[in-house]
Design a protein around this ligand. Structure first.
Ligand code: BJW
Length: 251
């Protein structure tokens, strides 16, 4: 697909862009994805760790997984794909990022309108009371300390402040995501395998809303069929190119 053809179609719309983002955008920052070649941690799949039942059965194992990911994240920086989305927001073309990623790299890249629909890895919440606290200080994250307990009730375990399989998404975040989808006329679907519901339904809503849907991925996904265009390649290359040409053509 010629990138100029895609951009001409976008420019014609006087675009209002929303982006739906997955783990592929942070791959170039060093963060492992969930599926595909680096989808295993110590031989466990995400589906075996990111569940309430895995945490009930073996909280230490689940916390070890999050600590291992946090150690990588503490060294990670946003890459050109994150900065491209920030640029689109600064130019008032993007109205929001709906990210499935819990790594917080969009915020570090300077984006402001972010819906972190699967939560935030830098925070933990009590399994029983309403306490939410940060746990990403290097001491807590890097040392293999005992299980973390709530500093408010001091009785119950903390768990990562993220959404696991079988858990509902925060209703307010989901409402924001659907509203952004309906308010936009172009959706960028970036670095997601598109297999996890309900986020994978957003491109379908966008299509029903007559938006242009453009996928940025290194391969075809189950979402590709709903997309008007697929820009195949690493998004840390294709998204900056897309953004630069788009902004130039919109001058
Ligand atoms: C590049 C690239 C580069 C690489 N450039 N591209 C049966 C049993 C139980 C549940 C279900 C079931 N069937 C369906 C469900 C529902 C379930 C679900 O969808 N399961 C499917 C796996 C089948 N969904 C849920 O449970 C959700 N909740 C829900 O439905 O609630 C309903 C409810 C209502 C009321 C009461 C109760 C329930 C919740 C889903 C939560 C997902 N959580 C996780 C973990 C978050 C915390 C954490 O990070 O630890 O979210 S799982 C994991 O998958 C994570 C991700 O955000 C999510 C999506 O993954 P993503 O981002 O797409 O990553 P990958 O690795 O899959 O793909 C990377 C892509 O990038 C690939 O396409 C690459 O090609 C590409 N790529 N490099 C561009 N450089």
């Amino acid at each position: 697909m010629n990138i100029n053809t895609v951009i001409d179609a976008v420019v014609e719309r006087d675009p209002t862009i929303v982006s739906v983002v997955g783990a592929g955008i942070s791959k170039a920052s060093g963060m492992p994805t969930f599926r595909g070649e680096d989808g295993l941690w110590n031989n466990y799949r995400a589906e075996e760790l990111a569940t309430p039942s895995a945490f009930s059965k073996d909280p230490k194992l689940v916390w070890e997984w999050y600590r291992a990911r946090m150690r990588i994240l503490l060294e990670a920086e946003p890459n050109p794909a994150h900065y491209s989305l920030t640029k689109l927001e600064e130019e008032n073309i993007s109205i929001g990022i709906i990210t499935q990623n819990v790594d917080g790299l969009h915020e570090i890249a300077g984006s402001k309108k972010i819906v972190e629909i699967h939560g935030r890895i830098r925070y933990a919440r009590c399994v029983n009371c309403d306490n939410i606290e940060r746990w990403d200080s290097s001491t807590k994250a890097q040392k293999d300390i005992a299980l973390p307990y709530c500093h408010k009730c001091e009785i119950n375990l903390l768990r990562p402040d993220v959404v696991w399989f079988g858990e509902p998404l925060d209703p307010q975040s989901w409402q924001q995501a659907t509203e952004l989808t309906m308010q936009s006329n172009v959706m960028l679907v970036i670095g997601t395998s598109g297999v996890v519901v309900p986020v994978s339904t957003l491109p379908i809503y966008a299509k029903q809303n007559n938006s242009i849907v453009i996928e940025f991925n290194i391969e075809q996904t189950p979402i590709s069929g709903y997309c008007d265009y697929s820009l195949l390649g690493p998004c840390e290359e294709t998204l900056p190119e897309f953004t630069e040409i788009l902004l130039e053509k919109m001058k």
